[in-house]
Design a protein around this ligand. Structure first.
Ligand SMILES: NC(=O)c1ccc[n+]([C@@H]2O[C@H](COP(=O)([O-])OP(=O)(O)OC[C@H]3O[C@@H](n4cnc5c(N)ncnc54)[C@H](O)[C@@H]3O)[C@@H](O)[C@H]2O)c1
Length: 253
């Protein structure tokens, strides 16, 4: 897909990787619809996107709320006269040990609420937004692309039962959708980033960051632009579908 004059929806576009991808796609001429819960950040991203001479609009919505997602995608489809792409990027972390014990005594366990909150946003949210994007792409006859954000944690990671389960599910949905939606000309891919430099990693203790950096063959954290570059590759490469790109500097967990 050539991104010029296409309409791409980005969830979690208020900040972080979502914002960087929005700006990067805009630099290639794409019009951008941003979904997030944080209005102030959405306004800021919208301004940055518009500086590239494309249209941008933002929508306040919770990706895990079915009614809000249905209404928002319908509104985006009307506002932009169609949807060509979606990046399912909104995500949260609520880390904690599955069962934490000291001297044989259980002191804490992951609550169902803690588990479910991450599943709701990182898995159900991806399902709902992917479904609504596909509905509009099929009904308008648009050949579309859906990119889902997974994570290196999809293989399982200490303290991330909820996050790992959701991110593994995202890859399974990616393959399933690629197979189901291929007949409509819709391609679906996933990205599994390692640790990317963000405000969160900048705030880490230097020794923790040094340890993470030294674990990678490339010797540094990833940059948000490198994830945007990967998303662009999935959009542009017409032979890519049903697969996950691991972009983690060679880090093994
Ligand atoms: N940053 C990394 O190192 C890294 C690594 C692997 C995977 N990822 C994944 O990449 C994606 C983006 O990560 P990031 O670091 O930019 O995160 P971030 O926390 O900086 O941004 C996430 C955005 O999603 C929004 N959001 C959260 N819940 C929402 C909801 N229910 N509805 C709508 N919007 C919601 C937030 O408001 C925020 O703007 C996530 O899916 C994350 O799991 C990030």
């Amino acid at each position: 897909m050539n991104l010029d004059n296409k309409t791409i929806v980005i969830t979690g576009g208020g900040q972080g990787l979502g914002r960087t991808m929005a700006i990067s796609f805009a630099q290639s001429g794409a019009n951008i619809a941003l979904i997030d819960l944080n209005e102030e950040m959405l306004q800021e991203t919208t301004k940055l996107v518009e500086q590239n001479g494309v249209s941008a609009k933002y929508y306040l919505a919770n990706v895990s709320d079915e009614q809000q997602v249905e209404n928002t995608f319908k509104q985006i489809n009307d506002d932009f006269k169609g949807i060509d792409g979606l990046v399912n990027n909104a995500g949260i972390l609520r880390d904690g040990m599955f069962v934490k014990a000291k001297d044989g005594v259980v002191v804490k366990k992951m609550s169902l609420a803690q588990f479910q909150s991450v599943i709701d946003v990182n898995l159900t949210g991806v399902f709902l937004c992917g479904r609504e994007a596909a509905v509009h792409m099929i009904e308008s006859g648009n050949k579309g692309v859906i990119v889902n954000m997974s994570s290196i944690a999809r293989g399982g990671n200490m303290g991330q039962t909820n996050y790992s389960a959701a991110k593994a599910g995202v890859v399974a949905m990616t393959t399933t959708w690629a197979r189901e939606l291929g007949r409509h000309g819709i391609r679906v891919g996933a990205i599994a980033p390692g640790v990317i430099r963000t405000a969160m990693t900048d705030a880490m203790k230097p020794e923790m960051r040094d340890r993470l950096e030294s674990m990678k063959p490339v010797g540094r954290l990833g940059e948000a632009e490198e994830i945007a570059h990967t998303a662009k590759y999935i959009f542009e490469n017409e032979f890519f579908t049903g697969r996950v790109v691991e972009i983690d500097g060679g880090l093994s967990m």
